[in-house]
Design a protein around this ligand. Structure first.
Ligand SMILES: [Zn+2]
Length: 141
């Protein structure tokens, strides 16, 4: 199983962002580095969800936010390694829409959030057009 390492403070930031966004879907990017099947997240960035018609169960990253994050990441010697988004009142499993929109080579962190807070947080990766779960390793900064 592949692993994605996530700093504990980045996980805490994700929890805050998805709770603040609830009951709408929140989304953003994972910045870090990856090599040899290991993904190392350094920071998490929130992006605007520009899908306004179905913001309760769809997300669409703002392309401008994407470019800004990409530029900053490169300046720091890092890269965008994936996308995170929340599933309000739904399990942390990718939907068919998520699968169709996903790119190979990126990690997709999905956070299940209810009115009580984060219920589950999982990471997925596309392999031959199917999502395969990757193991999340929380690490201290
Ligand atoms: Zn989704």
């Amino acid at each position: 199983m592949r692993t994605l390492s996530l700093p504990e403070d980045a996980r805490a930031e994700l929890a805050t962002m998805v709770r603040e966004g609830y009951p709408l879907e929140t989304c953003g990017l994972l910045v870090g580095r990856q090599a040899n099947g290991q993904v190392e997240v350094q920071t998490v960035v929130q992006s605007r969800n520009i899908n306004r018609e179905r913001a309760e169960d769809r997300y669409e990253l703002d392309p401008h936010d994407f470019l800004v994050t990409d530029k900053r990441a490169r300046a720091d010697g890092l890269e965008i390694v994936g996308v995170w988004h929340s599933h309000p009142d739904h399990p942390a499993r990718p939907s068919e829409t998520d699968r169709v929109a996903a790119w190979e080579g990126w990690s997709y962190v999905i956070i299940s959030v209810t009115r009580d807070g984060v219920a589950d947080l999982r990471s997925w990766r596309l392999d031959s057009e199917q999502f395969v779960e990757e193991q999340i390793q929380l690490c201290p900064r």
